[in-house]
Ligand binder design. Structure first.
Ligand SMILES: [Zn+2]
Ligand SMILES: [Zn+2]
Ligand SMILES: [Zn+2]
Length: 160
């Protein structure tokens, strides 16, 4: 019986944010990485919901709420840092970023994206990535990275 991902049911989201930031602190401390105040704040903003957030939305909040005149390249560099260290995933179809539930172990991004509410539910199915690698191998293609983005309607939008 698969566990319903948290993103797809009502829950105390402040707990998600708290856990994500604590995991990022621990991961960076372990790997000797500097989670600067801006990087941490950008991660917190990405985690403000389970809906992917664009770089310009992040910039908007930084200048409106924090009164921080962060230049776009600074925010892009912070996002690059978070991407490189697997703290966030990039959703290409939305040109946006989503926090990762399991930054502590390497995995490929697999997302169910609701076209109504834009929630992105992360799956972690080794069977899917294995199938992609095997199919690619059949045509002599060597897979380096894969992000699967599946579009549809989530359970709460379907019942609404
Ligand atoms: Zn949550
Ligand atoms: Zn992930
Ligand atoms: Zn939805």
């Amino acid at each position: 019986m698969p566990i319903t991902p948290l993103a797809n049911r009502p829950h105390d989201h402040s707990h998600c944010v708290h856990t994500a930031l604590a995991e990022a602190d621990a991961l960076c401390a372990r790997q000797g990485l500097r989670l600067t105040a801006l990087r941490r704040r950008v991660l917190e903003l990405v985690w403000q919901s389970h809906k992917p957030l664009g770089a310009y939305d992040i910039l908007g909040v930084l200048s409106e709420q924090d009164g921080r005149r962060a230049a776009p390249p600074t925010v892009y560099r912070a996002l690059d840092f978070l991407l490189e260290n697997s703290l966030v995933h990039r959703i290409a179809s939305l040109n946006a970023f989503i926090g990762c539930n399991h930054p502590e172990h390497a995995h490929q991004g697999q997302f169910l994206i609701c076209r109504e509410c834009h929630v992105a539910i992360e799956l972690e199915q080794a069977a899917i990535s294995d199938a992609i690698v095997a199919s690619a191998k059949e045509v002599g293609f060597s897979v380096e990275a894969q992000t699967v983005e599946v579009v549809g309607i989530c359970a709460s939008c379907r019942s609404a």
